[in-house]
Design a protein around this ligand. Sequence first.
Ligand SMILES: C[S@@+](CC[C@H](N)C(=O)[O-])C[C@H]1O[C@@H](n2cnc3c(N)ncnc32)[C@H](O)[C@@H]1O
Length: 179
Amino acid sequence: MQALVRCLDLFCGAGGASLGLCRAGFDVTGVDINPQPRYICRKFIRGDALAQDLTGFDFVWASPPCQHYSGMSGCRNGLRETYPDLIGPVRDMLTTWGGPWIIENVMGAPLRNPVVLCGEMFGLKTYRHRQFESNLPLTAPPHPGFRKNKSLFIFIKKGWLARFVHTRLTFPAKVSKKP
Ligand SMILES: C[S@@+](CC[C@H](N)C(=O)[O-])C[C@H]1O[C@@H](n2cnc3c(N)ncnc32)[C@H](O)[C@@H]1O
């Protein structure tokens, strides 16, 4: 039997990325600094991803915390700086290691030559974009798009319809209150 590719999922959380990697046939070990009692795969190491020994792994996936780069962190002065900026240190660590790796993060994160993927590219009803940087060549499937616009259009139409019905129902009552 062929041995599975040994994959390390750094910053694994409960294992959203780990699950995809398992489904793709990888033998996954997750690493997170916090306990993850609901971690989805069997092998979990609690510890600092940046101190992790990468020896013996064939592939490393890393999803460093995104709050430092997220648009939401711009909503209050100084908030962004309260979150760690780990992409540079993670890239340095993976480059020094030398094996194949992918770093995933939100739009706006300083990834180099990233590929952008969207849930809709994979048939999901999720119009959400994420960036992926790698030392492997990555390509993206075609982006079907427009679902967001379509639902916005339906929302506008429904909003207009609701306002129309609301006006028709309430206007006579308002008129009758006038002297
Ligand atoms: C973006 S979430 C991970 C989401 C996960 N990859 C998924 O697909 O569900 C970031 C995770 O990094 C963890 N984390 C933050 N700093 C860490 C560190 N220095 N070492 C390891 N894990 C860390 C957090 O506990 C959190 O679970």
